[in-house]
Ligand binder design. Structure first.
Ligand code: GLN
Ligand code: ZN
Length: 766
């Protein structure tokens, strides 16, 4: 910095980011209207500007300052990583949606989960030749737009280290190339972006660097740390720049704190929900931190509980031992939570009083900021009110249900084990004879407009429950008949009655509540509405048995009972934070265990328990991973181990990083595991073979994320690869995932080819 003059201090309270989708999903509607051609680009931009304006006004009304840089300029039309790719010239601005969604022969960028959240970002592709250039239009435009309305906001941008650490090598890159090796070329581009922002009056810029907290990225943590020291030393030396706030959400910074402290950045954001107050700092780091603003992420940006505000305030006080400059913030961007509890008037009032969505969390931050500047007495009332709500929550009926707790306390190791696999194979072959390379699907069939209409009509009351049941049964009968015609071996009922694979179970279990407007962006215009798991979980009545046994009554082929596993139910809900996740998972598991028993009693011989989120919840820190895998695998086994030896237990996982959790998948001890494999052209079968996995496995042969129908020749080739790597006696033939987003034409054509390819491949193994 060129001047030693005091500059605007970091605001006393802020949020790292705010939901972008809009409280009535205005962004989703605008994007989809634009993609359909119903509105033009100018109208899309007008609506996006309107959303940004509404957000700023809202944040100011909730207590953030209009001109002190406390309002984050965190809007994105589609994804913040894609925005960064445009800002550094890797994706041309006019190819923004092309890169996000693909078109014709042009494939979209790959999409993957953002740290341990259910948000998906687009993966930039970077090679040795990639040219970086600063394209500041979007950043500068949003800042100036705010300025015109009288705001001084804080531009937010994915930092250079995280940008490169999350990128993947471009197709042309040589073996072993890492995008992070391009840091030196990227730094001048970030420098130019910062200079531009300074020139239009930005006082503070937030650079998000969650890569600094992760130990689960391809680059070693030490390489990421070194990169951060290099990048921020260089950016800090710029002549003209805004003050820099480096935020590191999702876990503790650990050793990376020292790396950041050694640079000239003015503020460092710490996730004090996942991490704790840094201790045992060396003298050098401790001294350096005294000159920085420490932004304590004490309000959980990742869940919807009002939480313990007094404890949050106490953490900020402790942080003051490290630096006299302390501010209050959310631990992560609020993009992971819905807008406003006030939008859920149907929720039980008592439950509502325990909740804080984005707007309430901003108010909490504003309260803490007031406490920091005026002393604890100034917020005594708010702290008291929050602790009363917390005490009310912990003691409320349904939160701790004695019968649920007694059952959990009485569990024995044997309740988690199914017994010898070979004996199971023999019993299952006798009970359910199947050909070699049996064919099946993952569960859902296309969710047609007709099904959605019936569901809406039932909610609206224009269809009686009995009429709705009839409509669903008719759909099940169609799906069973179709599968018989196609010649599949293990059938499914098609899941027409499920709006969502988690919410459906949440609606039928005690301990859960569901929201009406609680949408959270999953990627682009896609949103999910996580359920709220607030109390002890139990199953008041069988959930899926009528549907599955109806389906089984229509055919002599086996029909799979379909359940969503405990880890996935937890991952895609907002979960109580007053007890270990593993305990909550076991409660869900016991409810599912009863469902498995009821399915068996109703004559269902094959049960599938889906766990597509097993990888998603894997902690970012290596030291936490074993404990996670122990409880997550344990809960799956608790859900399934009550099954008879003759009942075939399937599971399904869908992501292509099979290698990362292969040991855990083996430990699940399912009889058959289906897994996404088509997109990676069967690469996973090599991992399977290497790991010595010896149970049934169905590597997907049809990429159901695309409307393309795979030809039989293509399927033949994939199956030949699978047969070459894994013994034929283990192999199943199935698509990558459920078919709910596909249409019937593609489904019939693809499954016809799939069955034909399986029949042909049987000759290879017999
Ligand atoms: N059984 C579910 C379905 O077929 C599985 C979905 C998933 O893995 N995400 O839709
Ligand atoms: Zn799947």
């Amino acid at each position: 910095m060129s001047t030693a003059a005091p500059r605007t201090p970091f605001p006393a309270g802020t949020a790292l980011g705010y939901p972008r989708i809009g409280r009535r999903r205005e962004l989703k509607k605008a994007l989809e209207a634009f993609w359909h051609g119903d509105i033009d680009r100018a109208e899309l931009d007008r609506r996006a500007a309107e959303l940004r304006r509404t957000t700023r006004e809202r944040l100011a009304a909730l207590g953030l300052g209009r001109t002190d840089s406390s309002i984050p300029e965190s809007f994105s039309l589609y994804d913040q990583v894609l925005d960064a790719a445009v800002a550094v010239g890797v994706v041309p601005a006019d190819e923004y949606f092309l890169a996000a969604r693909g078109e014709g022969g042009r494939a979209p960028l790959e999409m993957t989960k953002w740290f341990d959240t259910n948000y998906h970002y687009l993966v930039p592709e970077i090679g040795p030749e990639t040219r970086f250039t600063a394209v500041a239009d979007q950043l500068v435009g949003a800042f100036e737009e705010a300025a015109a309305d009288g705001f001084t906001t804080r531009p937010v941008l994915v930092g250079p280290v995280t940008f490169l650490a999350l990128a993947k090598p471009s197709g042309a890159a040589p073996e072993g190339f890492r995008p992070l090796s391009r840091l030196a070329d990227l730094i001048p581009v970030y420098a130019e972006l910062l200079t531009r922002l300074a020139s239009v009056g930005a006082e503070w810029v937030q650079l998000d660097e969650p890569a600094l907290v992760s130990e689960s990225l391809p680059d070693a943590p030490s390489a990421v740390r070194t990169a951060a020291a290099t990048a921020y030393t260089a950016l800090g030396r710029l002549e003209t720049r805004p003050q820099l706030f480096v935020a590191a959400p999702y876990a503790a910074l650990g050793d990376a704190l020292g790396a950041l402290a050694s640079t000239p950045v003015e503020a460092i954001g710490l996730d004090l929900v996942r991490g704790s107050i840094p201790a045992d700092l060396n003298n050098c780091t401790a001294d350096a931190l005294k000159t920085k603003t420490l932004v304590g992420g004490v309000i959980d940006g990742h869940n919807i509980w009002r939480g313990d505000l007094a404890a949050a305030f106490a953490k900020l006080q402790l942080l003051r031992d490290l630096s006299p400059h302390v501010s209050a913030a959310t631990s992560t961007s609020l993009q992971h939570v819905p807008h406003d509890v006030a939008d859920e008037p149907q929720l039980d009032a008592r439950l509502s009083s325990w909740l804080a969505f984005a707007d309430q969390k901003v108010e909490q931050v504003a309260t803490l900021a007031k406490g920091l500047s005026r002393g604890a007495d100034a917020i005594a009332g708010e702290l008291r009110e929050a602790s009363l709500a917390l005490a009310d929550r912990l003691g409320a009926p349904g939160v701790r249900v004695p019968t649920v707790r007694e059952r959990l306390a009485g569990l024995q190791p044997g309740d988690f084990e199914r017994g010898d696999y070979d004996a199971r194979v023999t019993a299952q072959a006798a009970a359910t004879p199947l050909p070699a390379l049996p064919t099946t699907t993952i569960g859902s069939f296309p969710q047609t407009a007709e099904i959605r209409r019936a569901r809406a009509a039932r909610v609206a009351g224009s269809l009686t429950p009995a009429q709705y049941d009839e409509a669903m049964k008719a759909e099940i009968a169609r799906v069973i008949a179709l599968q018989e015609e196609l010649g599949l071996d293990v059938l499914v009922h098609g899941e027409p009655e499920r709006n969502d694979m988690v919410q459906y179970f949440a609606e039928h279990l005690d301990g859960f509540a569901v929201t009406v407007n609680g949408w959270v962006q999953s990627y682009g215009s896609r949103c999910t509405r996580p359920s709220i798991l607030w109390g002890d979980v139990s199953r008041p009545a069988p959930i899926t048995v009528d549907w599955s046994s109806y389906a089984q009554s229509l055919t002599s082929k086996p029909v799979k009972g379909m359940l969503t596993g405990p880890v996935t139910i937890l991952a895609w809900s907002f979960v109580r934070d007053d007890q270990p996740l593993g305990d909550t998972a076991n409660q869900v598991a016991l409810a599912l265990r009863d469902e498995v028993a009821d399915l068996e009693a109703a004559g269902i011989a094959v049960v599938q328990v889906d766990e597509p989120a097993l990888r998603e919840l894997l902690p970012l820190k290596k030291a936490d991973q074993d404990a996670y895998l122990a409880w997550s695998v344990g809960s799956f086994k608790l859900a399934t181990a009550g099954a008879d030896v003759a009942t075939q237990v399937h599971t399904h996982l869908c992501y292509s990083e099979f290698g990362v959790v292969i040991d855990a998948i083996r430990a699940l001890d399912a009889d058959v595991t289906s897994i996404e494999a088509a997109r990676s052209r069967m690469e996973v079968v090599d991992d399977i073979a290497r790991s010595g996995f010896d149970h049934g496995v169905g590597p997907g042969v049809w990429d159901i994320h695309s409307p393309r129908v795979p030809s039989q020749a293509e399927l033949d080739e994939l199956l030949a690869r699978a047969v070459a790597a894994v013994p034929g006696s283990q192999l199943w033939v199935n698509p990558d995932c459920g078919l709910k987003t596909r249409g019937y034409d593609e489904t019939i054509a693809s499954l016809t080819n799939l069955v034909a390819a399986a029949r042909k491949a049987r000759e290879l193994v017999s």
